[in-house]
Design a protein around this ligand. Structure first.
Ligand SMILES: N[C@@H](CCC(=O)N[C@@H](CS)C(=O)NCC(=O)O)C(=O)O
Length: 242
């Protein structure tokens, strides 16, 4: 199977959760919007599947994945499909649902991360909502980050035979997504996350374990990994953390 991933070309964003799973499994895939337009890629190819009424089961927003005749939207849904196929999900239903639940909780967290810099509207510039962003970020860092990270630290603690994995004792896409969220939080909020090794030692170990996986390490060092930037979900605006 040669998968086609559709996501905005200049940011990690939500597409990165799918990229990490495909990269870990060394799956064959094309990041379509990063292919030149003259070769049928670029943003027009992405928009076409969202906007052309002739397309069946059109997605609402990127990322989406083409797998043969299937067109699948929603990050967690894409990973739910890919998980068993890439051997990144448990074989049993209860395990697969638990991985999906963790992924959906991370998706909730992502919305809150986005709202730190865009608390009023995505259609407005950050510069037009700075006071609200500052207020929102203060509460996010004081209340929400600890609540979420305590939860995931607890998931690791309640899986003592998991060899550092969130689910069972093998790598799942939830571990990869957890890694990505930690990386993003470290980029956006370095002061808060400097406390991570002391406050969330199991998550710190998970981050190191995932970063050291050969396929992930090779991907992170490659040009395929788009650097974090101030167009993505995780943005570093020092004034927000001050
Ligand atoms: N719940 C969806 C959210 C998708 C989403 O918000 N995609 C963003 C980029 S990360 C987008 O382009 N949204 C356009 C919009 O909401 O109008 C998912 O997890 O995939």
């Amino acid at each position: 199977m040669r998968y086609e991933l559709y996501y905005w070309p200049g940011i990690q964003g939500r597409g990165e959760f799918v990229r990490l799973a495909l990269e870990e499994a060394r799956a064959r895939y094309v990041d379509v919007a990063r292919v030149p337009r003259r070769e049928g890629g670029g943003v027009p190819a992405l928009m076409h599947l969202m906007e052309d009424e002739a397309v069946k089961r059109r997605p609402f927003a990127p990322p989406y994945l083409k797998a043969g005749r299937l067109l699948i939207g929603q990050t967690a849904n894409i990973l739910f499909y890919l998980g068993p196929r890439l051997k990144l999900a448990p074989a049993d239903e209860a395990g697969r649902l638990w991985v999906n639940q963790l992924q959906l909780t991370l998706a909730d967290l992502l919305v809150e991360v986005h709202d730190t810099h865009h608390p009023i509207a995505s259609s407005l510039y950050y510069e037009d909502q700075k006071p609200e962003a500052k207020r929102r970020t203060r509460i996010f860092l004081a209340e929400r980050v600890p609540k979420y990270l305590d939860h995931f630290e607890g998931v690791l603690a309640s899986n003592p035979r998991g060899k550092g994995h969130l689910v069972s004792n093998a790598l799942t896409y939830a571990d990869l997504s957890m890694f990505q969220v930690i990386e993003g939080l470290r980029y956006a909020f370095p002061k808060t996350m400097a406390r991570m090794p002391r406050k969330w030692p199991r998550l710190t170990a998970l981050r190191e374990m995932v970063a050291a996986r050969p396929n992930i390490a090779a991907y992170l060092a490659s040009e395929r990994r788009i650097p974090f930037n101030e167009s993505g979900i995780f943005r570093h605006y020092p004034e927000l953390e001050r």
